[in-house]
Design a protein around this ligand. Structure first.
Ligand code: SIN
Length: 189
């Protein structure tokens, strides 16, 4: 599959007939909205883990020197905390463009802090996309993040912004917090 997913997402048309819908953000969408939304609420999804396994050619790296950004990996029983935004389909153009480097729209059930549930849209980069990098030793991932830059800025800012956003949400995420510790050690060395 080509790593430009704009057309695939447009064709998919999921949620396009709704007047309003929920978007579940688990990466940069937690700490940097950059689009209009009606309201936002912390939420969780079950059965997925956040991982820095997606290559970034267009935001936090380049095609020759990709950075690393998060995607979701199936993990039965695991709970992933993020931010849910109530949006209108008018925002799809912005989102599809922003997430065009391998992310496809999926539907997921979300749980809010009060225990209520609703269906939400989530952008996930699966291993079939060409920009997918997959797992690597944590120290290697941290080093790649420390060294990568792209049109949206240094890759380190993405990791640190996400870690701060997760901390604000009171979320547990050993993968992200371990990478943050390693990044700081690399930068202080
Ligand atoms: C998301 O935040 O939900 C998707 C991944 C990203 O844009 O960082």
């Amino acid at each position: 599959m080509s790593f430009n997913t704009i057309e695939a997402n447009r064709r998919d048309g999921r949620f396009a007939d709704r007047e309003q819908l929920w978007l579940f953000g688990y990466g940069s969408l937690i700490y940097k909205a950059g689009f209009d939304y009606i309201e936002r609420r912390p939420a969780t999804i079950t059965g997925w883990q956040r991982r820095f396994w997606q290559g970034s050619h267009d935001h936090r790296g380049t095609p020759d020197a990709p950075g690393r950004v998060v995607t979701l990996v199936e993990a039965p029983g695991e709970v992933c905390t993020g931010m849910a935004y109530r949006i209108t389909p008018a925002v799809f153009g912005h989102l599809d463009h922003r997430e065009k480097n391998g992310y496809l729209r999926f539907a997921t059930e979300m749980t809010f802090a009060d225990g209520s549930h609703d269906e939400g849209l989530v952008y996930i980069a699966t291993p079939e996309n060409e920009a997918y990098l997959g797992d690597a030793p944590a120290e290697e991932i941290a080093r790649q993040i420390a060294e990568s830059h792209g049109p949206s800025g240094p890759n380190r800012d993405y990791l640190l912004g996400l870690a701060a956003g997760l901390r604000e949400l009171g979320a547990e995420d050993p993968h992200v917090f371990d990478l943050e510790t390693r990044l700081r050690a690399i930068e202080n060395a």
